[in-house]
Design a protein around this ligand. Structure first.
Ligand code: ATP
Ligand code: MG
Length: 543
């Protein structure tokens, strides 16, 4: 049995003590619909939905849309698609804004209990009164307004009598609390703004620290899992529900957010990249967004595996992005067919093979798994090989093509390089080779001698041209150690592929033999040449 993570250990403790005895475990994933989700959110999704699955509970998808200005239905739709793509089903789909009436009532209840007051201080003045980590704050001169006055003013705030910032509603807790979040926090503000869900019904909006515990409690959430920066807000979370005398309130549990090398995970930052045209939209395959990762060709299985492996911790740390790539590679290796694709082609003329003949040779679809079958490839006297697979003057331990050397052409014959043809500039234009008919692969005959290298190839007459987009990291550490945009993150090139790739379906993944994993782009489907995105190379840099 793997060791329980600390969240699951807490849940099992709650089960033992019967804290939520009569209730089903309930978690939620609560994104703010102000951008597309990124790989950090995937960690939270896997944790919340995974925990519900593990304990026979349920998990809600809740849009935390209490901030009218930055939110948009485009984001709502993308978030739903992303959660589904990751393989999870929500029990309920909710919008925090649907609870605005209930939240308003809760605020009135606090006012009635003398636990909230309307403050006329400006935001700046409130800040100046707040104190510091070492000094207590000062009470607002409006703190001791009577219940009646507070109720009237709050109702007037709601009715639109005041301008943005003119008044706020604050919880009345303790200006001397060592926890600054408890120093009479603002719980409602005025914002005359159109909301994507409620339109202009409201001109006051609840603050996160007041709204969030209520959202959880209204949905019967038992365990409200959030990131570490909310740890200091937990006393306020508990205070709100305690003052409202909520029966068996949810429990907030904090874990460390995911940080990845070479990756900036902030919706605001990613939105700026999109708005400034630095990338080709939220789903640019270089983006750490779930939409980008999906178009890049990463699989939901690989992401779930990654989230499992990094686990949950109580201390922030930085995860090597190479681990994510490793998970992608491990997932793709057993389930992806290989195809021959030649980059930077050099023509090979097989001088002793009849020029009017083409034969079909058998090539395995996955060299580690015979059950994935074979395919037939045309072989003739004109072929292309990869630029990397020839060296006129070979370096040490180079076992591929060089003058005088013999190699196996995968699935076909041994070929020997007899002559190198160059153009006037000295560039190699053609390799003249001879083949040995006794060495046909799969013929059942032992070849008369051994060769050290096997290379891939395509038949020149039937090969199809494809467009390939090769990626490097979007962000690289600059001189100051901070991530900056990598100017070389995208390189487009052409390659020559075996004929079947012309029919690749959008989203279909392959191993380009000896190169890496590639996916037929889902969007660029009308180009003359098929477009493939590099998913990940074959070699792992993860230790
Ligand atoms: P960002 O700063 O990128 O905008 P956010 O935290 O403001 O992220 P929310 O929409 O509020 O975005 O996040 C929804 C949920 O995802 C929250 O519970 C949040 O804690 C969690 N989350 C966000 N980023 C990460 C991360 N890097 N690792 C783990 N969980 C995360
Ligand atoms: Mg947020």
């Amino acid at each position: 049995m793997p060791e329980l993570n600390f969240i699951h250990a807490m849940i099992e403790k709650d089960n033992e003590t019967g804290r939520y005895a009569e209730r089903q475990l309930c978690t939620r994933f609560p994104p703010e619909p102000n951008g597309y989700l990124h790989i950090g959110h995937a960690k939270s999704i896997c944790l919340n939905f995974g925990t519900a699955l593990k304990y026979g509970g349920k998990c809600n998808l809740r849009f935390d849309d209490t901030n009218p200005v930055k939110e948009d239905t485009e984001y709502v739709e993308s978030i739903e698609a992303d959660v589904k793509w990751l393989g999870f089903e929500w029990a309920g789909l909710y919008f925090a804004s649907d609870y605005f009436d209930k939240m308003y009532e809760c605020a009135l209840r606090l006012i009635e209990k003398g636990k909230a007051f309307v403050d006329d201080l400006s935001a700046e003045e409130i800040r100046a009164h707040r104190g510091t980590l070492t000094e207590p704050g000062r009470e607002s001169p409006f703190r001791n307004r009577g219940v009646e006055e507070n109720r009237r003013l709050f109702e007037e705030m709601r009715a639109g009598k005041y301008a943005d910032g003119e008044k706020v509603l604050r919880a009345k807790i303790d200006m001397a609390s060592p926890n600054i979040n408890m120093r009479d926090p603002v719980i409602y503000r005025i914002a005359h703004a159109e909301h994507h869900n409620t339109g202009d019904k409201w001109c006051i909006y609840p603050m996160y620290d007041f709204a969030h515990p209520l959202e959880d409690a209204i949905e019967d959430v038992t365990h409200s899992i959030c990131t570490l920066e909310f740890e200091d807000h937990r006393p306020l979370y508990d205070w709100v529900l305690e003052e409202l005398e909520w029966p068996s309130p949810p429990r907030q549990i904090e874990f460390a957010r995911l940080n990845l090398t070479n990756t900036v995970m902030s919706k605001r930052f990613l939105k700026a990249l999109v708005d400034e045209g630095k990338v080709d939209g939220w789903d640019d395959p270089r983006m750490p967004t779930i939409a980008g990762i999906r178009r890049r060709g990463y699989t939901p299985e690989a992401i779930r595996d990654f989230c499992e492996r990094i686990g949950v911790a109580k201390a922030n740390s930085l995860v090597d992005v190479a681990l994510l790539e490793h998970c992608v590679r491990e997932d793709l290796a057993p389930k992806t067919q290989s195809r021959n694709v030649v980059f930077d082609p050099i023509k090979v003329v097989v001088t002793n093979y009849p020029s009017d003949r083409t034969e079909m040779v058998r090539v395995e679809n996955n060299k580690d798994d015979e059950s994935m079958g074979f395919r037939m490839l045309p072989f003739s006297n004109e072929l292309y090989v990869d630029g990397e697979d020839f060296m006129e003057i070979p370096e040490k331990k180079y076992f591929r093509l060089f003058p005088g050397n013999e190699v196996r052409f995968k699935g076909a014959y041994f070929l020997r390089c007899d002559e190198v043809v160059k153009n006037e500039e000295g560039k190699v234009t053609e390799l003249r080779c001879s083949y040995d008919p006794e060495t046909k692969s799969g013929s059942g005959k032992e070849p008369p001698r051994k060769v050290k290298g096997t290379i891939h190839w395509v038949d020149a007459r039937t090969a199809v041209k494809i467009k390939v987009r090769l990626y490097d990291r979007l962000m690289v550490p600059g001189e100051d150690g901070e991530n900056t945009l990598n100017p070389l993150s995208l390189r487009e090139t052409e390659a020559w592929a075996e004929p079947s790739l012309a029919e690749a379906a959008p989203g279909e993944r392959f191993q380009f033999f000896r190169h890496g994993y590639y996916i037929a782009d889902e969007k660029l489907t009308n180009e003359r040449d098929k477009v493939f995105n590099e998913i990940v190379g074959l070699k792992s840099s993860w230790k």
